[in-house]
Design a protein around this ligand. Structure first.
Ligand code: COA
Length: 367
């Protein structure tokens, strides 16, 4: 049975920074309050054109370069997102076109902020079954488009960004080990975008009532999160035959520093073993864990051979954790700049559109 290794990683965040002081000019809040209650200092906000698929493609190019792979070598793209560009087409398909992954299938996965954990698990299972060799897993968000900047409960929390991992099959032991995925839909109402789907289609009324924005019961979500983080971490470690003291690092979903501190207390582990960068990005939902992993590697906190747990929670309610024996690129000597393929991907996409127009003329259909 092949092992599923994480062999490439990348992140992309918008340039525009929204600080707590900026927010204090928009709603009744202060930098001090936000830092004390959440740990967040600033977050990134996408400008026009920095769509979820654009950020996702940027992160994907970096992850492919790290793995030394061409876009055409990818078998499948899973995009976990809480802010897809559309209900359909899938953001994963838009990314597939943007990076020119000509041989890849693509789908979106919606498990809110736990989505990246779910997507990693699906990718690892496909590889371990022998069905696929190379899977690109992306977390890409434009949460600012669903955020009500008149609601101080929610607008202080969220930010935009994307992160991507490449998973590859290898006979060398290691990579993704045990995982746990959980859901409790009875708590769905605590964190939702009420008018975002077929249950309550968008209308003049829903827009007037602000139902197209994120609605949250912060206290309920806080209570739920502090309960499940430590529990899921222990479950995933236990399934891999590890004890908490075996762990070099835990990379938690970056929602709130107090939630992470509660998890550390629950696990009786020091905070140094938890990677935290939420002060600079806020909660980027599915992108928060891969962005944190990229920075954990850059700062030397995650190294090949380390045992690490990724743990997340979010709307649904959903939660889950994944144990990984960190490996690194399989082909470290190979230099490929995947982003050099961007112009080819654009030409390929334009060519396919042109072909469709020509077909329309030939067969008498509307282009
Ligand atoms: N600035 C200043 N005051 C604020 C505020 C803000 N941005 N937001 C709320 N307040 C006020 C409240 O109105 C309340 O005032 P009151 O006592 O006069 O009614 C007071 O501060 C305390 O509010 P409370 O909701 O109890 O604060 P809290 O300590 O629970 O913190 C959150 C609020 C949202 C930061 C916290 O509940 C949280 O982080 N929850 C989890 C959210 C989350 O992670 N969501 C994403 C999951 S993926």
């Amino acid at each position: 049975m092949p092992y599923a290794h994480i062999t490439g990683w990348g992140m992309a965040v918008p340039n525009k920074v929204l600080t707590n002081d900026d927010l204090s000019k928009m709603v009744e809040t202060t930098d001090e309050w936000i830092r004390e209650r959440t740990g967040i200092r600033e977050r990134r906000i996408a400008s026009h054109g920095e769509t979820a698929s654009a950020l996702g493609a940027e992160a994907a190019f970096k992850a492919l370069s790290m793995a030394g792979l061409l876009p055409s070598q990818v078998d499948l793209i899973i995009c976990a997102t809480s802010s897809p560009e559309h209900i359909f087409p899938a953001t994963a398909s838009l990314i597939q076109d943007k990076i020119g992954a000509s041989n890849a299938g693509a789908y979106d996965l919606l498990a809110a902020c736990t989505g990246f954990i779910y997507a990693l698990d699906m990718a690892a299972q496909s590889i371990r079954s022998g069905a696929l060799k190379t899977v690109l897993v992306i977390g890409a968000e434009n949460l600012s488009r669903y955020t009500n900047y008149k609601d101080r409960n929610t607008c202080i929390l969220f930010g935009d960004g994307a992160g991507a991992f490449v998973l590859q099959a290898s006979e060398t032991p290691g990579g993704v080990r045990g995982s746990v995925l959980h859901s409790d839909g009875s708590g769905g109402k605590f964190l939702s975008v009420p008018a975002s789907g077929s249950g309550q289609p968008a209308s003049e009324e829903t827009v007037r009532a602000g139902l197209h924005f994120i609605h949250m019961d912060g206290k309920e979500v806080f209570r739920f999160a502090t309960r499940v983080m430590a529990q899921a971490t222990l479950e995933a470690a236990g399934k891999s035959g590890w004890n908490p003291e075996d762990l070099a690092l835990v990379v938690p979903h970056q929602a709130n520093l107090r939630i992470i501190e509660a998890a550390a207390r629950g696990l009786k582990m020091p905070m140094e073993k938890f990677f935290v960068n939420l002060e600079r990005y806020g909660n980027t939902s599915t992108a928060s864990i891969p962005i944190a992993v990229v920075e954990a590697i850059q700062t030397g906190k995650l190294k090949p051979g380390d045992k690490v747990i990724f743990v997340g929670f979010g709307a649904g309610l959903t939660w889950g954790a994944l144990a990984v024996e960190w490996s690194g690129p399989l082909l470290p000597e190979r230099t490929i700049r995947a982003e050099w393929f961007r112009p080819f991907a654009r030409i390929r996409s334009a060519f396919r559109r042109l072909l469709r127009i020509l077909e329309g003329f030939l067969f008498g259909r509307e282009p």
